[in-house]
Design a protein around this ligand. Structure first.
Ligand code: C2E
Ligand code: CA
Ligand code: CA
Length: 425
């Protein structure tokens, strides 16, 4: 078979391997050939073309820009029809990239190990679908239907992001909050506000929660292998708490993954802890008995009652970001934050301030006696494989040198998060 009408870009940092690959592609008849030493160079070349290239052939371990970020740019700008990864060392990263590419309508060709041979290359190029099946253009969002949600769950389009939390007294990272993102085909990355209520309405929320809990356990292991013992907080929906068997299922997930439930905090939004109180109490109490910790999320908003706080077995109080953000300049918000912290202390609850975006808010909350902090000032949510790098770079503001104090990441360069992580908070 001759691949004369195919266009391919080879992104490879080793000059010798790049030349070898280009030669092999030339021998297969590919005439429209581009080469780049790294992601940035490749993006410049691709942006300059009038049409998407047929195949991007790359290694995910690239200098300048990591493979995840590179593919996210390719995908959002529709710069290629298909992706062919050569030698992915880390299957979790490969999976993330492939899911993301597919979600954007890019065909994913089966990855090939190194050394690359002309035979393998020909095999993959043959599988490239015909030109008519180019990436689907982004259409207007619209509410996702039950079938689409189900398919999304089955094809693992829902991905876990993690936002770090730090101990305010020591500055040390203590854990993460697990937040879901949906790579909806043709629509890019959707934040939970766009689909959680649909999942709940379709009775699919438990499946997602169990998936996110499992992923959280897997990542806790992965980070631990790299020397960091962390905890994870997983959000649960009120709809799940109306089902008596929910506690057993969550326990099973955690045990299946060899994880200790005491390292998992389940966050429940306070405004929802209202209906069917008897069942909710039963489920929450059983979750506590099994070792899970329980956090009352967005504390201070809407429907809170002190009675609930008294009757439900919470271990943590999470202050709502609206109060945290307003507190430094607004005396009323400050009073609410201070009263909540005092209440939590008297009830023996751990306290977490979320939504910290500025140094001023950090300083306020640092002086307030709150125990943990979370927010963009510390870090945006990120894919799990990026966390070790963030942990290595993180410095609490107090320990940073005076120069560059206003930046969120201290004296070392800010992490180069993929575009979808930056946009996805
Ligand atoms: P939440 O539980 O209050 O989560 C915190 C939200 O605030 C997240 O939005 C996070 O990205 C965002 N955030 C964090 N730091 C900052 C900051 O400094 N400034 C600002 N402006 N925002 C910040 P996200 O991920 O869009 O999630 C929105 C909500 O969706 C969550 O609010 C949670 O209630 C719900 N959610 C997310 N993931 C799940 C899930 O797996 N299950 C359930 N049931 N709900 C989820
Ligand atoms: Ca939460
Ligand atoms: Ca919250």
């Amino acid at each position: 078979m001759n691949f004369q009408d195919r266009s391919v870009i080879v992104v490879e940092d080793h000059p010798f391997q790049r030349r070898m690959t280009l030669r092999q592609l030339g021998q297969l008849g590919v005439e429209d050939l581009l080469e780049a030493a790294h992601g940035r160079e490749a993006l410049n070349l691709l942006m300059a073309r009038h049409a998407p290239v047929d195949v991007i052939l790359c290694d995910l371990d690239m200098p300048e820009m990591d493979g995840v970020e590179f593919i996210s740019h390719v995908a959002t700008n529709r710069l290629a029809r298909a992706l062919l990864v050569v030698s992915a060392m880390d299957s979790a990263i490969l999976h993330t990239v492939e899911t993301m590419a597919r979600a954007y309508g890019i065909q994913v060709l089966e990855s090939i190990p190194k050394p690359l041979t002309a035979k393998l290359l020909a095999d993959r190029l043959e599988r490239l679908e015909e030109a008519g099946q180019a990436p689907a253009p982004a259409d207007a969002a619209g509410e996702p239907g039950a079938d689409e949600l189900r398919r999304g769950l089955e094809s693992r389009e829902f991905l876990t992001f993690f936002q770090p939390k730090v101990d305010l007294a020591t500055g040390q990272p203590t854990g993460v909050e697990t937040l879901v993102r949906w790579y909806r085909p043709g629509q890019g990355v959707l934040c939970p506000g766009a689909f959680i209520s649909r999942l709940e309405a379709e009775g699919l929320m438990d499946r997602l929660t169990e998936h996110l809990l499992r992923q959280s356990c897997l990542y806790l292991h992965a980070w631990e292998e790299r020397g960091r013992t962390l905890e994870a907080s997983v959000n649960i929906s009120m709809t799940s708490l109306r089902d008596i068997a929910f506690a057993d299922r969550l326990q099973q997930v955690v045990l299946d993954e060899g994880c200790d439930p005491r390292r998992i905090t389940l966050e429940v939004t306070e405004s929802e802890v209202m209906t069917e109180l008897a069942t909710v109490l039963n489920v929450l109490a059983r979750l506590r008995l099994k070792g899970f910790k329980l956090s009352i999320d967005d504390f201070g908003t809407g429907y809170s009652t002190l009675k609930q706080l008294n009757s439900l077995p919470f271990t943590e109080l999470k202050l709502d970001q609206a109060f945290i953000q307003a507190a430094p300049q607004d005396p009323r918000s400050r009073a609410i934050v201070e009263a909540s912290l005092e209440l939590a202390a008297k009830l023996g609850l751990k306290t977490v301030a979320e939504g910290i975006e500025t140094r001023q808010q950090w300083d306020f909350i640092h002086a307030s006696g709150c125990q943990e902090a979370q927010g963009y000032f510390i870090s945006r949510p990120m894919p799990g494989h990026q966390l070790p790098e963030w942990l290595a770079l993180w410095e609490a503001p107090e320990t940073r040198p005076a120069v560059g104090r206003s930046s969120g990441h201290g004296r070392r360069p800010a992490l180069d998060l993929p575009a979808f992580a930056r946009a996805g908070a």
